[in-house]
Design a protein around this ligand. Structure first.
Ligand code: CP
Ligand code: NVA
Length: 305
């Protein structure tokens, strides 16, 4: 049977709201200490070609809380297309583990891996998408605003992986997503969304419910840092910018943040900032994905031998 993968929000457009609702349920069950070991005996492989704090810890802790285990592999040990072809690694790991999460430099490597894997694959961040982050963001917005449909979110910064997944979330849930970025940093065109692009951060954030930003220089783009600092200088989220949004607007950032670049220290620490709720919600949102992809089917009660 072909496994279901979780590589982008857009590919699961019709199921995103369901996954967020499942995350709400799992979060409540966790708080009330009545989690069922839904992934008892299951093993998740974690492959990291890039550094991580939130993604690594939330997947490891989430699997433990669901009764499963993880095996963590560094990208330089596994060597996509250096030590071994992606297609061979995918078929070998599929014989050992029940699902694999991958953080990679190139989205095409995750797509290739998934096409050869016989177990579910989860995108833990690529150059093009960050769907697990965005699912947690949807949960966070729902908790703070009580709805997703009709929410106006202004993303201020680079049209990167986080921005693309937010645009796909908007299309999936009825949120209006505005993107404020300099010329040359637009999100890519996609069949999954039509991006509203603003060249003025002030115009984009006027009256919105949510202001969101991410680093100007993503992992793997470090050589472009000096150019990016100059190009994004007019796109910093400051208290003055936040005041242009709705009075009860929230501020979001996927973290890690570079205070003094894309956002000021004051905004990160202000009462409207929900960045640590977002970080916590990675755990609950990913548990919903893992259960969805890996849980034993309800009918699988027979004698395995
Ligand atoms: N937001 C996020 O993915 O954080 P890490 O890079 O620390 O995993
Ligand atoms: N856009 C950032 C997100 C980090 C979570 C990056 O890709 O480095």
């Amino acid at each position: 049977m072909t496994p279901t993968h979780f590589l982008s929000i857009g590919e699961h457009r019709d199921r995103i709201r369901h996954l967020i609702d499942q995350a709400v349920l799992l979060k409540r069950q966790h708080a009330e200490h009545r989690m069922a070991p839904l992934l008892d005996g299951k093993i998740l492989g974690l492959i990291f070609e890039k550094p991580s704090t939130r993604t690594r810890v939330s997947f490891e802790v989430g699997m433990f809380q669901l009764g499963g285990r993880v095996v963590t592999l560094k990208g330089d040990e596994i060597g996509f297309n250096k030590r071994e072809s992606v297609s061979d690694i995918a078929r070998v790991l599929s014989r050992y583990v029940d699902a694999v999460m991958i953080r990679s430099y190139f989205h095409k490597d995750i797509v290739e891996f998934a096409s050869y894997a016989t177990v579910p694959i989860v995108n833990g961040l690529s150059d093009l998408h960050h769907p697990c982050q965005t699912l947690a963001d949807g949960l966070t917005i729902l908790e703070h605003k009580g709805r997703l449909d009709g929410i106006r979110l202004a993303y201020v910064g680079d049209g990167n992986n986080v921005c693309v997944s937010l645009l796909e979330l908007g299309a999936a849930t009825g949120m209006e997503i505005r993107v404020a970025c300099p010329v040359g940093y637009d999100p890519p065109e996609s069949p999954h969304y039509t991006a509203q692009i603003f060249r003025s951060a002030e115009e984009a954030v006027a009256g919105v419910d949510v202001i969101y930003t991410d680093v100007w220089t993503s992992m793997g783009q470090e050589e472009e840092t000096a150019r990016r600092l100059a190009d994004f200088a007019q796109f910093q989220v400051t208290m003055d910018l936040l005041k242009r949004a709705a009075p009860d607007a929230i501020f979001m950032h996927c973290l890690p943040a570079h205070r003094g670049e894309e956002v000021t220290h004051e905004v990160m620490e202000c009462a409207q900032s929900v960045v640590f709720d977002q970080a916590e919600n990675r755990l609950h949102a990913q548990k919903a994905v893992l259960v969805d992809l890996m849980a034993y089917p309800a009918t699988d009660q027979g004698d395995p031998l």
